[in-house]
Design a protein around this ligand. Structure first.
Ligand code: NAD
Length: 432
């Protein structure tokens, strides 16, 4: 099939590469010409395991090409995926300007029947807006389909190639059939393509993200109480997660959720609730707990060192909002580092993939180390902010020789606190 993907970010680039890998001819378009130039030269602007290999293999076969010319892309494809950003607007709602701009450009470039597939996360009613805008700008026939994306950054290629399910919101039999055709190669065993009406598809994405975010906030709230009453949140986590009605995912106490999706999607759903006079109390609380969680961690540092951190040096392991990505959007590290800097501290950081992203936020205000151990030199405390695997079993004897004092604020509960204490470390964790 001939497919165009508008927006080559974390979603569009992965979707484009995976769709090409199934034998489709895919044109990935972005208005950011620098990004497109990089991609044309084999430079992958984001880190995502397996993505570079997939892009290179499919580019070699000419099944995957990159362009900044949306007109060319639309004219040479039958199905146009929209995968542009939907950032948080000033009032918390999803800002649809990029989606609508992409839709208008598609409409103006049409040369026959097209299926316009919305992959971006958008509030209920957006497909209707897109339909209206397209019909104002073209006389060619078209269908609009909602196909929200559920991939997880850090595992995006695998999630796209082997999805738990694909949601298709459609009111056209023809478009539904073609969408089923596109996705059937991804389901060699069992068919988990779920077809529904467009509004339900749009809502499914927000419901899924809000539920997962709520699970994280729920566990963090329990963890905070565990700490007060002397219980161990890790034991409680294991205790509850063995109940298969609860499950074992998204129950790790920590610094709360970040990233480009949960924070904005939760706020957008609260705003939709507000617009329809439907109070979203649980989701509002999940959001409030999440915001508080970072401050609770920062307060642990202040309780130990005082609010004036002049002359203190902090080593930070992990900048990305989660492991296996270079993405720092809404990362807890941003809040924590800003608090440290505004209290006068020196900050030495290490992250194997997110250093370039961090420079966008902190420029020369912090030190970027090329190894985890380099970041520890003369540090008064080590802060674990992202649970990258490489931090799980470090050489603690070596750590001791590098640091000024042996204090660890383990924001991801990575370590066995008792063992660390036996080796002479002072350890602060979440919920224990
Ligand atoms: P992103 O910011 O990484 O990428 C968006 C891209 O769209 C950018 O490269 C931007 O230059 C491009 N763009 C914007 N307007 C354009 C236009 N008119 N024409 C062409 N290109 C344009 O965003 P992302 O993380 O890939 O997210 C995209 C959407 O998918 C969002 O709605 C997001 O909520 C949703 N989503 C994201 C994830 C995730 O893990 N990142 C997962 C599921 C769904």
């Amino acid at each position: 099939m001939k497919i165009s993907v508008i927006g080559t970010g974390y979603v569009g680039l992965v979707a484009g590469a995976c769709l090409a890998d199934m034998g489709n001819n895919v044109i990935c378009v972005d208005s950011n010409t620098e990004k497109i130039d990089q991609l044309k030269n084999g430079i992958i602007p984001i880190y995502e395991p397996g993505l570079e290999e997939l892009i290179k293999a499919n580019s070699r076969e000419n099944r995957l090409i990159f362009s900044d010319d949306i007109h060319y892309a639309v004219q040479n494809s039958d199905i146009c995926f929209i995968a542009v950003g939907t950032p948080q607007g000033e009032d918390g709602s999803a800002d649809l300007q990029y989606v609508l701009e992409a839709a208008k450009s598609i409409a103006k470039s049409m040369n026959g029947y097209k299926i316009i597939v919305n992959k971006s996360t958008v509030p209920v009613g957006t497909a209707e807006k897109v339909k209206e805008l397209i019909s104002q700008n073209t006389n060619y026939p078209f269908d609009v389909v909602s196909n929200p994306e559920f991939l997880k950054q850090g595992n995006a290629v695998d999630d796209f190639l082997r999805p738990d399910r694909v949601i298709i919101g459609s009111d056209s039999e023809k478009a539904t059939r073609i969408m089923q055709d596109i996705y059937s190669p991804f389901f060699r065993t069992g068919n988990r393509i779920i077809v529904m009406d467009i509004k339900s598809a749009e809502m499914t994405k927000y419901a899924a993200n809000s539920f997962l975010a709520t699970k994280i906030s729920f566990m963090n709230e329990i963890a905070n109480l565990c700490e007060k009453v002397g219980a161990d949140a890790e034991m409680v986590r294991v205790g509850i997660s063995t109940d298969n009605r609860i499950g074992n995912k998204f129950l790790f106490p920590g610094l709360g959720y970040g990233g480009s999706c949960f924070p904005k999607d939760i706020k957008a759903l609260i705003k939709t609730g507000h617009d329809f006079a439907c109070d979203m109390n649980i989701i509002k609380s999940a959001d409030a707990v999440n915001n508080k969680q970072r401050q609770i961690f920062i307060d642990k540092i202040y309780s130990k060192f005082g609010a004036n951190l002049n002359g203190k040096t902090f080593a930070i392991w992990g900048l990305a909002y989660k492991p296996k990505t270079n993405d720092m959007r809404e990362a807890p590290s941003i809040t924590v580092i800003n608090a440290l800097l505004s209290s006068g501290a020196k900050v030495q950081t290490y992250d194997s993939k997110a250093i370039e992203s961090a420079k966008f936020y902190f420029d020369d205000k912090i030190i970027y180390s090329s190894t985890a151990y380099d970041a520890l030199k003369d540090a008064d405390a080590l802060l674990i902010l992202t649970e990258w695997n490489e931090f799980r079993r470090p050489d603690f004897d070596k750590i001791k020789t590098l640091m000024n004092s042996h204090i660890v604020f383990d924001g991801r509960n990575l370590y066995d606190a008792d063992r660390l204490k036996e080796s002479g470390f002072e350890v602060y964790q979440i919920g224990r």
